[in-house]
Design a protein around this ligand. Structure first.
Ligand code: EPU
Length: 378
């Protein structure tokens, strides 16, 4: 008996924009209006950066929270799973997808005088464009995360991170629609369970629809420029004490050099996570492979998966239209019309070879979507 919430009742929700309780009504009640917004058989080929051919049975794009909640209610009524799509920069999609795909198109950001250090950002913003705009407006902190593909709403899901910084350190709270309880929530950072490339949103990929992210940013420049490759690039440019803009420029330069542009070469960034092993495992490996690249991670050690994959012989090695990129072996590229099964077969061969050589099982970074609309995150 969930539907009456939408059909007859008003659903209370906490609105971070006003800090008050609001009530959802209007469009949510009007089923035929919502059904008219939902399109059938929509091609997602250009809506996922791995360029996988995919037809979604149902698709709805909206910037209206009530409308999106109503579409979720419609999907529940019709026993359809819901997939929230950003720029599709961390997904492996099937050829046919029996689900309702929601694309959130709300953009812009708000700063309220009552909380001058909180920037309340809509989920549909392009992440890099937002980083660029906020830096130009004198908000500091996000510059290390420049040029990461995807939308704002997708950023907390995998706790995006690069060049020594992860988004979690800036998250104040995340506004979500809980598709299980059908309620709006403001989740404080402590409830988001952030870890390396992980969050509660990734753990439960079909439970939460993120519509806004509230970021606590600084008006004072506090630059983080200690990450090896970033420091090297700044030194190459003769920069000692870097400004936020200099960090931004250096990060953009490094990423353009190392990482393929998904608009030109279809990819989802790192296809695998950097594996974390015990100190003992690391010592044993290092005896055998003195060139092993690794970083301390608490009591454990994080290995550079790119190095492991390169040693395993996959860097630039092509098979069935798929290869690990010749400049960064952690990035899998769809070179020419590969399908999800081509991609997964190739990825499996990488995992098997790396495991046989190093005794390390690589975990996939992108979320895998099955044809019946279910998501699995490794
Ligand atoms: N390496 C190789 N061969 C390769 C690639 C890397 O030997 O082909 C070794 C090199 O020694 C290099 C080291 O691995 O110095 C680390 O490489 P890099 O600095 O490129 O970082 P990464 O660990 O491979 C991670 C993130 C990237 C992020 C960079 C920079 C993950 C899974 N990936 O990559 O994130 O941009 O650090 O901070 O943690 C993404 O998530 O999509 C992504 C690109």
């Amino acid at each position: 008996m969930i539907w009456p919430l939408f059909v007859n009742c008003w659903v209370p929700a906490n609105d971070p924009r006003t800090g008050c309780t609001v009530r959802l009504h209007g469009p949510v009640n009007d089923r035929s209006k919502i059904r008219n917004k939902i399109r059938n058989d929509v091609d997602l080929g250009s809506k996922n950066t791995l360029g996988l051919p995919c037809i979604a049975d149902y698709f709805c794009a909206s910037a209206d929270e009530d409308e999106l909640a109503g579409a979720i209610a419609w999907a529940r009524e019709n026993k359809l799973p819901v997939l929230v799509l950003g720029e599709g920069s961390n997904l492996v999609l099937p050829a046919r997808l029996n689900a309702l795909v929601l694309q959130l198109t709300m953009t812009g950001y708000v700063v309220r005088s009552a909380e001058p250090d909180i920037v309340d950002v809509a989920a549909g913003n392009d992440w890099h464009q937002l980083v660029t705009e906020l830096l130009a407006a004198g908000w500091y902190g996000l510059e290390n995360l420049a040029l990461i593909p995807g939308t704002v709403g997708a950023a907390p899901v995998q706790n995006i991170g690069a060049y020594g910084v992860e988004i979690e350190r800036f998250v104040h709270s995340v506004r979500v629609f809980d598709m299980h309880t059908l309620r709006w929530l403001d989740m404080p950072r402590a409830d988001c369970e952030f870890r390396y490339r992980h969050s509660i949103f990734r753990q439960h990929p079909q439970r939460f629809m993120i519509t806004r992210v509230r970021l606590r940013l600084s008006r004072r420049m506090q630059v983080n420029d200690t990450y090896g490759a970033l420091r090297e690039e700044l030194e190459r440019r003769g920069i000692g004490q870097a400004s936020a803009t200099q960090v931004y420029d250096a990060v953009v330069h490094i990423r353009r050099q190392k990482l393929p542009d998904p608009r030109l070469e279809a990819n989802v960034g790192s296809f695998f996570k950097n594996p974390v092993v015990s100190q003992l495992h690391y010592e044993l490996l290092r005896q055998q492979y003195p060139g092993l690249v690794a970083y301390p991670q608490g009591a454990d050690v994080k290995l550079a998966a790119g190095w492991l994959i390169e040693q395993a012989g996959f860097k630039g090695k092509s098979s069935n239209g798929v290869c690990m990129h010749p400049r960064q072996a952690l990035v899998l590229v769809n070179q020419s019309g590969a399908s999800a099964s081509d991609v997964l077969a190739y990825a499996d061969s990488v995992v098997a070879k790396v495991e046989s050589l190093f005794g390390v099982v690589l975990q996939r970074e992108p979320v895998l979507v099955s044809s019946d609309g279910f998501c699995s995150a490794a």
